[in-house]
Design a protein around this ligand. Sequence first.
Ligand code: C2E
Ligand code: CA
Ligand code: CA
Length: 596
Amino acid sequence: MPLIDSYELERVAMVNALDVLDPDLGASLDPITRLAAFTFGVPVVMVTIVDADSQRFISKVGTELTRTDRRVSICAHAIETGDEILEVPDLSKDRRFADNPMVTGEPFMRFYAGAALRSPSGHALGTICLIGYEPRHLTADERRKLVTLVQVVMTHIELKLSVGRREAISGMSNRQQFQADLLTLAERRRGAELHAVLVDVMDLQSANEAGQVLGMAPMESLIRQAGQRLVTLLDGAAKVYHLSSTRFAFVLGGRTAGGLNELLMRLREGLREPLSAAGVPMSPLFHAGVVPFHADATEAGDVVRKALIAVHAALSQGIPIAWYTRDRDDQLTRAYRLAADAEAGLLDGEFHLLYQPRVRLSDLRVRGVEALLRWDHPELGAVSPDEFIPVFEKTALMAVVSRWVMEHAIAQLGQWQAAAPQLQLSLNLSPRDFDNGSPAEELLALCAEHGVDPGRVEVEVTEGEWISNHRHALPQLRTMQGGGVRIAIDDFGSGYSNFGYLTELPISVIKLDRSLVSGIALAPTAALKAEAVIRLARRLGYSTVAEGVENLGDLRLLQEWGCDEGQGYLLARPMTPELALQLATGAALEFGPHPE
Ligand code: C2E
Ligand code: CA
Ligand code: CA
């Protein structure tokens, strides 16, 4: 087996990247090919591209052939010689070609002169070759002409390929060109340490809003001006590409991280000067993602993806510059995997529910349980809901998973009916669940199906503020409440939660977040805050549940303040339905570790 060297691999990659096999490109070369036949007085002229195992004739005169096997290709030799021109005056007298079927049989080729077509990166993509049926020599003058012809053909190819490589709005080079140039750069500066920067100059949301008022043309002009400003600010240090509607990219070499950050902060300053959009002054924004990479074909191929990750990190954290990190990449890959595997996982029984008892603080009896979802992924092992729920929430998966949780939890409550008729069940819904469909009707229908009184069911939702702003959510909650289901605000006190908006919502329970509760016995300020929240909530008529009760001191304080229920590792961990039932039907709790 012949050894395939890395030059050859890259050469073939370049043939594909540059798209030189495009039939349109070949057709556009035909006039040049005809002119060459006339100029050199040969019957056959071909522009060939040599790919991995064949040679294709993308433009030709005097032959019907469109491709040949690379093994019988004479041009394959031409691209391998370091010389500008491979000239063979009489093929039948040359050991390399004497028994070539094109020489020994039809069309009985005799004369060959081929010159390599080289990409800007220096890779020989193919040739332009002259073929005659009689032996012949090129004169010195003809050799010069052939070299010029090669330049004409390559310039033509580059020009032709640059069509479709410009962004229509800015006229700047686009992503296709960026990608192609990265490959070239990888060759030219092989091994160099470079930085790719992707800059987002406008937040798409406000661009769209402004577009609705001003029309698209001023917004496009704004983006164009922002791009040009980047070019001016970079002052020739790098070529700027217009990658997507609001994003520009460039590559810099030879900078330290500190130097690059400094440069980017200067760009940011310069970019912030207001520009005019239809007479309205608007300032471009600046969020940059930076990717350090080594100039080689593999890394260059992955730069745009990584730059997107980095720029999204900057955008989501609201910071001007974010560097690509492997961690974030892995995290995204893992999140993507979780989302992709979830639905099959549900069907394959990889999910199950654990139940964490909720304890009445006045007598320490189990009053209810909270259903908590668990996923044992066959390859990734146990995945925490803190990881997979936020992933599902970004997709349509959330509704599917919530539906599954409702079905299983309510069925479980139905099974517990005889043994624990008073036991309450709470389940978690995500704000996303209220976007589509009607979780309220589904929940009430499930209660009916399993003979469960909806008065024993509680729904926990986190973001009350979100809910109060969403038209769909409120009627859903009202329907649930109307059917007897209680609604709890979960994680209260963890974010910006306040009592203000709660009064408009059909809420009856407030669950104090763990961060508000854990350790209060040892932290007087925290204790003051927790006490104030509990007392106020009670006076407003809510019942209160403290999460994250982890030690006895905290428990005693909560009891003293009149908190209704507690939930936490001190009282009971999330556990199997069998254990939860045992605990719920047993005596009042004593403290000690409980098995999960
Ligand atoms: P959450 O609703 O606040 O649930 C309480 C979480 O705190 C549970 O974590 C529970 O195991 C944990 N926990 C309980 N007591 C203690 C304690 O004393 N100390 C500490 N450190 N932790 C305690 P888990 O089961 O990992 O669930 C995490 C979050 O995932 C839940 O927080 C909830 O937001 C979400 N989640 C879980 N199951 C579901 C579900 O079925 N649907 C939805 N939408 N979200 C769910
Ligand atoms: Ca909860
Ligand atoms: Ca919670």
